[in-house]
Ligand binder design. Structure first.
Ligand SMILES: CC(C)(COP(=O)(O)OP(=O)(O)OC[C@H]1O[C@@H](n2cnc3c(N)ncnc32)[C@H](O)[C@@H]1OP(=O)(O)O)[C@@H](O)C(=O)NCCC(=O)NCCS
Length: 205
């Protein structure tokens, strides 16, 4: 039985000060704070069983109250967790989030089913990661994916993540890790100013 609601309470000892939602741009997408006006799109897209399948925190079926609870949770979790809506100009097409901002942040993401296979997540994840490394002193980012989620493995490896091991909690969960230095070696065009430049580009639209 899926859990009916998202967290009500951010599990984070020391919220990171000054981590506020930014607006970033990639070639095809804007990354921005999710808003109340996204609820219908979130329900339609995250409500697809194929999308929810690998997402521990997305209940199925998914209703408007779940989306509103998630938005309210994000407000409470400021400094502990942050999420970006991926917007292709027609509205939200997916989400990238970072949780455990006070420890080793963990990235999570999804795209609406009709937006898979177009390179959107591989395009957006490095820009979100460059923002995180620029906005915080974090030295590494973690990720977790089912061993059979090869699409997610591809996104992670293109962003620079390396396999770190398998989670003791479930042998089908693989853990990945991306170090700050390794990220900027791979994405040498995304030095400290990349996120600022992208934000400026976004504001000019
Ligand atoms: C994980 C997930 C986001 C990956 O989506 P995706 O569409 O496969 O990932 P991308 O957006 O990076 O697309 C990559 C594919 O698009 C193709 N592509 C890349 N650039 C492209 C472009 N400009 N135009 C068209 N296609 C392109 C690539 O060939 C690539 O295919 P490949 O991996 O077979 O080589 C998606 O499967 C999903 O939302 N799954 C459900 C939720 C989930 O599992 N989340 C992760 C939990 S760990």
């Amino acid at each position: 039985v899926p859990e009916r609601s998202v967290e009500t309470h951010a599990r984070c000892e020391t919220p990171v000060a000054g981590v506020a939602p930014a607006t970033l741009a990639t070639a095809r997408l804007i990354l921005r704070a999710p808003a109340g006006s996204d609820v219908a799109r979130i329900v339609a897209l995250a409500g697809n069983r194929e999308v929810a399948h690998f997402l521990a925190r997305v209940p199925h079926p998914y209703v408007a109250a779940d989306a509103r609870a998630w938005l309210a949770y994000l407000e409470r979790a400021r400094g502990c967790e942050i999420a970006f809506a991926l917007d292709d100009g027609t509205g939200l097409i997916g989400v990238i989030s970072f949780r455990a901002l006070d420890e080793t942040p963990e990235i999570g993401y999804w795209l609406g089913r009709e937006y898979w296979g177009k390179g959107y997540m591989s395009e957006a994840a490095p820009v979100a990661l460059a923002w995180l490394f620029g906005a915080t002193a974090t030295q590494a980012v973690a990720a977790r994916a089912s061993a059979v989620n090869t699409a997610s493995h591809a996104v992670l490896s293109r962003a620079g993540f390396a396999l770190a091991g398998s989670d003791a909690a479930g042998e089908r969960d693989l853990t990945f890790r991306l170090d700050r230095a390794a990220f900027f070696r791979l994405h040498d065009d995304m030095n400290g100013t990349a996120a600022d430049g992208a934000a400026q580009k976004a504001t000019q639209r």
